[in-house]
Design a protein around this ligand. Structure first.
Ligand code: FES
Length: 102
């Protein structure tokens, strides 16, 4: 097994992300990857709290160390196509660009 080209962590626990839709974001990202046959090179994992409670659902992409805040299921296709496939992060969702939202 090779190392994943992109490894994505979606917060699905803690005080905020589950209520904000973390599981739905996880499912839609996994579905987008599976439908494109990319499961061998792009991995979507659940994560515990990322200490950004209140900004979630939080999504982090490695090896890029890109943090997305307040991700919605409707953002999943763009994250996959622009960032995970195209290597161009979705700037409007970046935690840094959205400021401290908490
Ligand atoms: S609950 Fe998701 S960052 Fe803390």
């Amino acid at each position: 097994m090779s190392i994943y080209r992109k490894h994505v962590f979606v917060c699905t626990s803690g005080k905020h992300c589950p209520q904000a839709g973390g599981e739905e974001v996880l499912k839609c990202l996994r579905a987008e990857i599976a439908s494109r046959g990319l499961k061998e090179e792009i991995r979507i994992n659940k994560s515990g709290c990322l200490d950004q409670c209140g900004n979630g659902p939080m999504v982090v992409v490695y090896p890029d160390a890109i943090w997305y805040a307040r991700v919605k299921p409707s953002d999943c296709q763009e994250i996959v196509e622009s960032h995970l496939i195209g290597d161009k992060p979705v700037e409007r969702l970046l935690l840094d660009h959205r400021g401290k939202l908490v």
